[in-house]
Ligand binder design. Structure first.
Ligand code: AMP
Length: 361
């Protein structure tokens, strides 16, 4: 049977861009999201407005699509396991489940050859003090689940900061080694189980814990880059993850540390839409539709900038740049630090790229 209709759990910007690329493949989409004005609803052929913990609505989505994926990371894995037995959830529940808890995620990375910062399981104050004793200052507390963009994190610089853990203690958390990294970089891969394709690595610059810029080429040492790509691909194959996987790394000297992973398109991969011959959304769609994967190549030096609520007035300025591609997500409520869109600067000559990048760094 040829697959033609993709069901997506989650209708944010990632779902929206998956729908846009699906259309370019002549495929249909149906999206489930709790918000009436979810960005993807404007592009999808059909939608279901329901919460992510509404099992019947999720099952309805599965029935109405040929193949299912997710862009929302906190879908209940017990629901996904049940649905996976009956419907074509092609990536399965496993990569989502493994990434939903930081201890499980980092333990799994270590087991499959990827080094992480040292970490300790922390629930009580006593656990926290023991972890700090092992690691010294600075170190970092993170909630084990539901953390994103630096939410649920406490930087512990000295014993004065321990009181800042109070709102979190009692719940599941970790304290991890603070890596004084040189920079952050990420890789997006798509696997059909035999072949893993990977997009060029991007160097990521965060502002207040939120991705601000992705810069490609990442300017890594060739040897470190080669080792990182090889290890990431091997990790994906060994874990038998299918479909898309993004991994964020910290790079320090010649060492790279796995920080976290996401089995969905990634913000740092948005640059691929204009910067590469194929993009992360298209390749995930191709995987979902049983089409052969295409090996990605960088076409031009490219920089992607996120447009947060406070950056919206600057969009007019940015779009005057040549080869600037503005993607607005159509979110009706503009909020501080909310991702409202992104802009990709590409097809730059080397001088312009170097100037933009040196200003950014
Ligand atoms: P995360 O939620 O784990 O992606 O962390 C958000 C941001 O906090 C990262 O992008 C890093 O800039 C910073 N960060 C997280 N973990 C560490 C660490 N172990 N050492 C230093 N910085 C970190």
């Amino acid at each position: 049977m040829s697959l033609n209709k993709i069901g997506i759990i989650g209708g944010g910007q990632l779902g929206m861009m998956l729908c846009e690329e699906a259309k370019l493949l002549g495929a249909k989409t149906i999206v489930l999201d709790p918000s009436e004005d979810a960005p993807a609803f404007k592009i999808a052929d059909e939608h279901i407005c329901a919460t992510f913990d509404d099992f019947d609505a999720l099952e309805d989505l599965c029935k109405r699509a040929d193949v299912i994926t997710y862009e929302f990371e906190n879908v209940r894995s017990d629901f996904l396991i049940k649905l996976e037995n009956k419907y074509n959830i092609k990536q399965g529940f496993k990569p989502l489940f493994d990434g939903q808890d930081r201890i499980r995620e980092k333990t799994n990375a270590n087991l499959h050859g990827l080094k992480t910062a040292k970490f300790f399981d922390v629930t009580t104050k006593e656990d926290a003090l023991n972890a700090i004793k092992e690691l010294g200052y600075p170190c970092l507390y993170k909630t084990r689940t539901l953390g994103y963009d630096g939410h649920g994190q406490v930087l512990l610089k000295s014993s004065d900061d321990i009181k800042n853990l109070d709102p979190f203690l009692g719940g599941p958390g970790i304290i991890e080694e603070f890596i004084k990294f040189d920079y952050e970089a990420s890789i997006v891969m798509v696997s059909d189980g035999k072949n893993v394709i990977s997009f060029p690595i991007s160097r990521n610059i965060h502002k207040h814990g939120i991705l601000d810029l992705s810069i490609v080429p990442a300017g890594m040492k060739k040897d470190v880059e080669d080792r990182m790509v090889k290890a990431a691909k091997q990790f994906m194959l060994d874990c038998k993850y299918l479909g898309i996987l993004a991994i964020e790394f910290f790079i320090k000297d010649d060492e790279f540390y796995f920080n976290e992973m996401a089995p969905r398109p990634h913000n740092s991969g948005h640059y691929t839409i204009e910067g590469c011959n194929t993009n992360q959304f298209r390749e995930l769609d191709r995987y979902l539709l049983d089409l052969p994967l295409e090996e990605p190549k960088l076409l031009y030096p490219t920089v992607m900038k996120n447009i947060l609520g406070q950056d919206v007035p600057d969009v007019l300025k940015y779009r005057a740049f040549p080869n600037a591609y503005v993607h607005m997500y159509g979110k009706s409520e503009v909020r501080h630090n909310r991702k409202m869109g992104h802009i990709t600067f590409t097809n730059m000559d080397e001088d312009k790229y170097n100037k933009l990048v040196s200003e950014a760094l």
